[in-house]
Design a protein around this ligand. Sequence first.
Ligand SMILES: [Zn+2]
Length: 158
Amino acid sequence: MSMNETTYIGPYLACRHGNPSGKKSLNSCPNSSCSNHGRSVYENFCPQCGSKITDVEVAANMEMSLRNEMLDGDRLTDLIMEGDKVDGMHFFGANISFAPPQYKYDEDRHTEFEICPIAIEELMERFSSVFAAEIEKAKRVYGEGNVQVRFGVVRGLS
Ligand SMILES: [Zn+2]
């Protein structure tokens, strides 16, 4: 896998992951050899292996699981793959086009794009509405108070 340094500018989701060494329980697949083990499953039976979903205690040191769960569906991208090195935070940006037409620009061309206060507000609103389901999911995964929509620059590896 090759890593590219990237600079993301725009709205993104900042998620604080708690208690990296403790235990936590969640509705998950009890089958320890299943890829869903340790991930939240919102169905009665595991879609991978068919086990009945129960309360499973797992190590809370699950940065990768949390991250993978958020990346399900490919609509978000991990802005800093070593996210937990940044103060216990994960950062997710848009992996699909979400901006209103006036803010679209061609990434393949050299171009100028002004970021004015109105643009920041509109882009944040659009991000929050396009990714409403992901934001709700993040609140379930990380906890309500640990999820923020921010606007800024994130420099990382992807
Ligand atoms: Zn399973």
